[in-house]
Design a protein around this ligand. Structure first.
Ligand code: TRP
Length: 328
């Protein structure tokens, strides 16, 4: 069966765009392929300076991923730092990638530019080596990634090919694949931009754990336009179309179907808000059960880590053996 690996950094609150645009597809995809989902807390260390934060965002994200329906019996959901092979293979990857290759990574240049006057860790520079380890440890065939991560999968392929050339066929060379199309979720206040926590004033971004009143308020205040016709037209009517995209995703229709019957923006906003509240309600209930039961969450993550290690430890040993490290 095709092995798929996707990872996410525990960077804090998950929003509707993360869910409808990506995570929901993880749930439907879990029955089609052999999926591994890592919560990559070690990657978050590249920019972490305060104790306790990463652990808290990690457990929160884990609770959300199980709450939306990732089934621990089917999908392997694990925390990166629970699987020490990631750090171990990462060093091997650092010694297989060149300084020049790492220097050419556009994300490194972007991230360091944004951290003007702030501490720039060496981890920010060597990050692609850890990501290569994440991918190669699982013999992943497919890595679904957006454009911003393609260069990281490319460098992983280059590293795997170089390793195999030096030390013999050892690592599976992965393929970057385009993720199954998720819903288009735009910021409610700034509907020509994707919903995003950092770019938004807050009012335009619906968090997965917002309570119903907060959700309704955000939808009622959504930016539309000065006309009154409800029609799906992304260019001419970005605000209305953004609402229709969300209503459609929440109710399983196309945006054009979702538009039918509406003559006013007010009722479209209320109905979209209510559809989102209804969609999130069972997820929030399950989330609260899980976050209040840390022992159960720990058990689920231990199952994931155990399954992940079963695969990762074999690959690490294969790599050590190929290099010819002295057996322990
Ligand atoms: N670098 C990715 C991001 O910032 C996260 C990530 C780490 C990842 N390891 C991965 C993604 C392995 C895919 C596969 O979003």
């Amino acid at each position: 069966m095709t092995r798929v690996l996707s990872c996410v950094q525990p960077t804090g609150d998950v929003h509707l765009g993360n869910y409808l645009g990506a995570f929901r597809n993880w749930v439907s995809g879990q029955h089609e392929k052999d999926v591994f989902h890592g919560i990559v807390d070690l990657h978050a260390l590249t920019v972490t300076e305060v104790p306790g934060v990463v652990g808290a965002t990690t457990i929160d994200l884990a609770a959300i991923l199980f709450a939306i329906g990732l089934d621990p019996d089917v999908a392997t959901v694990f925390v990166q730092s629970h699987v020490p092979e990631h750090s171990q293979l990462s060093w091997v990857m650092e010694c297989t990638v060149s300084y020049g290759e790492l220097s050419r990574m556009t994300q490194f240049k972007d991230k360091t530019a944004k951290r003007e006057n702030k501490f720039i860790s060496a981890g920010l520079f060597t990050y692609p080596a850890l990501q290569a380890a994440d991918i190669l440890l699982y013999d992943a065939n497919e890595v679904p990634v957006g454009d911003d991560q393609r260069q990281h999968v490319e460098i992983t392929r280059d590293i795997a090919i170089r390793f195999n050339h030096r030390f013999g066929e050892t690592l599976v060379v992965p393929e970057a694949v385009i993720p199954a199309a998720g819903a288009r979720v735009m910021d409610l206040q700034n509907p020509t931009s994707k919903m995003s926590k950092s770019d938004s004033t807050g009012a335009g971004c619906v968090m997965m754990l917002d309570d119903p009143a907060a959700i309704m308020k955000k939808f009622k205040r959504a930016v539309t336009d000065s006309e009154s016709e409800v029609r799906y037209d992304v260019e001419a009517k970005p605000g209305v179309s953004g609402l229709l995209d969300i209503l459609a995703a929440a109710t399983g229709q196309s945006p054009q179907e979702a538009a039918e019957g509406y003559t006013q923006y007010g009722s479209l906003k209320v109905d979209t808000g209510e559809a989102v509240v209804a969609m999130l309600e069972p997820i929030q209930t399950r989330y609260r059960e899980l976050i209040d039961d840390k022992a159960e969450l720990a058990r689920l993550l231990a199952v994931g880590a155990e399954r992940a290690r079963t695969v990762a430890s074999v690959t690490l040993q294969r790599a050590y053996d190929a290099i010819g490290l002295l057996p322990a």
